[in-house]
Write a new protein. Structure first.
Length: 455
C-alpha cells in the first residue's frame, strides 16, 4: 500500500528539522573560516528551535539562513548546501508579525535590533502597495515636489502621512511610485550637510507608549542584498550600512543617534558588521525622565500634542555639527551634537529616508529612564506632515548657536532649575554632555564645574 501523506504538523516538524540541519551543516562548513558567517549561522540554528508552530515563520527563517550562508562564498553554493530560491518567492507566506522581530537573526554578536525586520511581500501586500502610492508634497529646498511613501496613508491634504504598525512597518521615501529599488537614484536621497530638515509630529493623546519605537531615520540604502534592499548599522535583515536616526521616539522620550560605519562607501555597498557603530555615538535624548519632553503640560514639549522637529547640519570651524530644536506653542527645547564628521560623507552623498514602526518588550536602551521591562506597546499611530528641506544661512546659524549656548566651557555651575527635573541623573547618569542647558544645570557639579552649555 502507498504510504499516507504527512499531515501539516508532521510536515512542519520536518521542515523545522531541515532548517536546523541546514544551519548546523553550514555552520560546520565555515567554522574553520573566521568571520561573521560562522557566528551568524550558529545563531540561526539556535533561533530555529524556538520557532512558533507556523509555516510562515519557518519559511522566513530558512530564507534568512540561506542568505546568510551565501556570505561564506561560492563554494558552499556550488556544493548545494543552501537554496534561497526555495522560499524567497513564496507568494503564500504571511508577513511576519511584529512580535516575531524580538528573535530576529543578527549577523554579528554585538548587533542590536532597533528597527523592524524587512518582510517578504506576498500577493496581498503587493496589491495593497499598488493601490496606495503614498504621494506626498514635500518642500524640497524651496520647491514643492511630489515624493512617495508607497503603502502609507496620506493625510493633511497631501502634505502628511500616517505611520502605523500594520500592514507595513517600514516605508521609504522614493522619487516615483515604487516601494524600493536597487538603484540609488530611485530614492529621494537627503543631502543634509549645510542644510536642515523640519517636520511636524503628532503622536496624539495617549500616543505610542513604552515598548514602541516610532522611527524617522536615514540609511545608506540600497544594500546589496535581495528583498527590499534594506540595510542599517545593526545589520537588521542581514545587510549593514551607515545610519542616522533623526527621530526614535515614544511619548516618553525622543532620541537622535549617529551610527557611522568606518568602511562607508557610496551605495549600493554593504559594510562589514565590525565597522559599524551599533550602539551609536553621539546620542541625544529628550525626555526619558527629564522635563524637556513627555506626556502632559508639565513638560516643556507636551508629547500628547503636535510639535515641530527641526535639525540643522552646519559646518562650524570645519566640523559637522547637529543642532536639534523642538518647538510647541512658543516653547522650545534644544540640544546639540558637537561632532558628526564620521557621518559627513554619507550625509553629503545623500541618504534614504525610512519611516519604521516597531515594538519590543524591552526598549530600555531608548526609554529606560521612564519605562521598565516588560514593556507593552499600545500600537498607536503617528502623523508626520509639512516636511521641509532648507539651505542654511551659515553665519546666522552660527551666531544664534553661539549666543544661545552652543560652545565654550564654563567654569561656574549655573545651578539647578525647576523646569529641568534632575531626577533623571540618578537613572542614566551624566557621562555624556550633550550641550543642553538641562544637562549643564543638572550635571555641572558632577563634572568638576565644567559643561558645554553657557549662559
Amino acid at each position: 500500500c502507498r504510504p499516507t501523506a504527512p499531515g501539516p504538523a508532521a510536515a512542519l516538524a520536518a521542515l523545522a528539522l531541515l532548517a536546523v540541519s541546514a544551519a548546523l551543516a553550514l555552520g560546520a562548513a565555515v567554522r574553520a573560516r573566521p568571520g561573521r558567517a560562522a557566528v551568524a549561522l550558529e545563531q540561526a540554528a539556535g533561533q530555529v528551535v524556538r520557532l512558533d508552530e507556523r509555516y510562515d515563520q519557518t519559511s522566513v527563517l530558512i530564507s534568512q539562513v540561506a542568505r546568510l550562508g551565501g556570505a561564506t562564498g561560492e563554494d558552499e553554493a556550488k556544493n548545494g548546501k543552501h537554496d534561497s530560491k526555495a522560499v524567497a518567492g513564496d507568494e503564500g507566506q504571511d508577513d511576519a508579525t511584529a512580535e516575531e522581530h524580538d528573535g530576529v537573526l543578527a549577523t554579528c554578536p554585538d548587533c542590536l535590533q532597533r528597527h523592524s525586520m524587512p518582510q517578504p511581500l506576498n500577493s496581498t501586500s503587493r496589491a495593497f502597495l499598488r493601490s496606495n502610492p503614498g504621494a506626498m508634497d514635500v518642500d524640497w529646498f524651496g520647491e514643492t515636489q511630489k515624493k512617495y511613501f508607497e503603502g502609507a496613508e496620506i493625510v493633511k491634504h497631501g502634505k502628511g502621512m500616517v505611520l502605523t504598525m500594520a500592514p507595513f512597518e517600514k516605508v521609504y521615501l522614493m522619487n516615483s511610485e515604487m516601494h524600493t529599488s536597487t538603484n540609488p537614484a530611485d530614492f529621494a536621497m537627503l543631502q543634509l550637510v549645510g542644510n536642515s530638515i523640519s517636520l511636524n509630529v503628532d503622536m496624539g493623546a495617549d500616543g505610542p507608549s513604552c515598548g514602541c519605537n516610532v522611527a524617522f531615520f536615514l540609511v545608506s540604502m540600497p544594500g546589496q542584498g535581495g528583498g527590499d534592499h534594506y540595510c542599517d548599522a545593526n545589520c537588521v535583515g542581514g545587510h549593514c550600512c551607515a545610519e542616522f536616526d533623526l527621530l526614535e521616539m515614544t511619548v516618553h522620550t525622543l532620541q537622535v543617534t549617529n551610527h557611522a560605519c568606518s568602511d562607508y562607501r557610496k551605495p549600493p555597498h554593504d559594510s562589514q558588521p565590525s565597522s559599524c557603530d551599533h550602539g551609536g555615538s553621539p546620542i541625544v535624548k529628550f525626555g526619558n525622565g527629564a522635563q524637556d519632553f513627555g506626556p502632559g503640560d508639565r513638560f516643556t514639549i507636551n508629547a500628547d500634542k503636535p510639535f515641530e522637529f527641526k535639525m540643522e547640519f552646519p559646518v562650524e570651524g570645519g566640523v559637522l555639527k547637529g543642532h536639534i530644536t523642538l518647538t510647541q506653542e512658543g516653547r522650545t527645547a534644544r540640544q546639540s551634537m558637537n561632532n558628526l564628521d564620521s557621518m559627513k560623507q554619507a550625509l553629503e552623498d545623500g541618504m534614504a529616508l525610512v519611516l519604521d514602526a516597531w515594538h519590543s518588550s524591552d526598549l530600555t536602551w531608548l526609554d529606560g529612564g521612564a519605562c521598565h521591562t516588560p514593556e507593552s506597546c499600545n500600537m498607536k499611530p503617528t502623523v508626520f506632515d509639512s516636511m521641509k528641506l532648507e539651505h542654511l544661512n551659515h553665519e546666522e546659524s552660527h551666531r544664534r548657536r553661539r549666543s544661545g549656548g552652543g560652545g565654550g566651557g564654563g567654569s561656574t555651575c549655573p545651578g539647578q532649575a525647576s523646569n529641568c527635573g534632575c531626577d533623571w541623573t540618578h537613572k542614566i547618569g551624566c557621562s555624556s554632555d550633550d550641550g543642553s542647558e538641562c544637562h549643564c544645570r543638572c550635571c555641572c557639579e558632577h563634572q568638576g564645574g565644567q559643561c558645554i552649555w553657557q549662559r
